[in-house]
Design a protein around this ligand. Structure first.
Ligand code: HEC
Length: 158
């Protein structure tokens, strides 16, 4: 009698433990799964915005003409994505933003000739962030520029 009591007590404990263990395992699995999904999400979104301030400023000040994807408007507004103009001299973007751009320019063998207005509200740091965003967005791999070089360039535009 005592033995069987003891026995059932033991079984009870084992049963409870395995229920707990099962629950615990599921919880660990679920937590791990959520963690993995969250990390992946953060990783992906970080990868898309290496220069978050530059991206926001681009959206607000440039995307209306050069488009969200940097492709520009065929024959009228030159592209920034895959642009030999940007690739050959990323710092020149600083002058284009500060002073505007006028007259014929050639981008990827296409001639453009529409004025781009100066954007006077952007300071040196913001311009640097926009340039760095453009240099790394849409598959561009044009390196990055330093604030001090942007400052020097801006002092010597034209
Ligand atoms: C109102 C429309 C408009 C806006 C807004 C605008 N651009 Fe432009 N952009 C142009 C046009 C048009 C040209 C071509 C100028 C020419 O023909 O001389 C140009 C040319 C350029 C060029 C040189 C050519 C190339 O595509 O590589 C760069 C770089 C550039 N823009 C960057 C910017 C950046 C950065 C911003 C935002 C800070 C901006 N633009 C905002 C219309 C615009």
């Amino acid at each position: 009698m005592i033995f069987s009591n003891h026995h059932s007590l033991l079984m009870n404990v084992v049963a409870r433990f395995s229920v707990f263990f099962d629950f615990f395992q599921k919880k660990v699995f679920l937590t791990g799964f959520l963690f993995a999904v969250t990390s992946l999400f953060i990783w992906v979104s970080c990868d898309n915005s290496k220069y978050p301030q530059g991206e926001i400023l681009y959206t607000n000040f440039c995307a209306s003409c050069h488009m969200e994807n940097g492709e520009g408007l065929r024959g009228i507004i030159p592209p920034l994505a895959n642009s030999d103009y940007v690739k050959n001299n990323p710092l020149s973007i600083a002058c284009a933003i500060r002073n505007g751009l006028e007259g014929e320019i050639i981008v990827n063998d296409t001639i453009y000739n529409q004025p781009m207005a100066a954007i006077l509200r952007l300071n040196d740091v913001e311009i640097t962030n926009i340039i760095n965003y453009i240099c790394q967005a849409w598959g561009n791999e044009y390196g990055n520029v330093k604030l001090e070089d942007v400052k020097k360039t801006l002092e010597n535009c034209r």
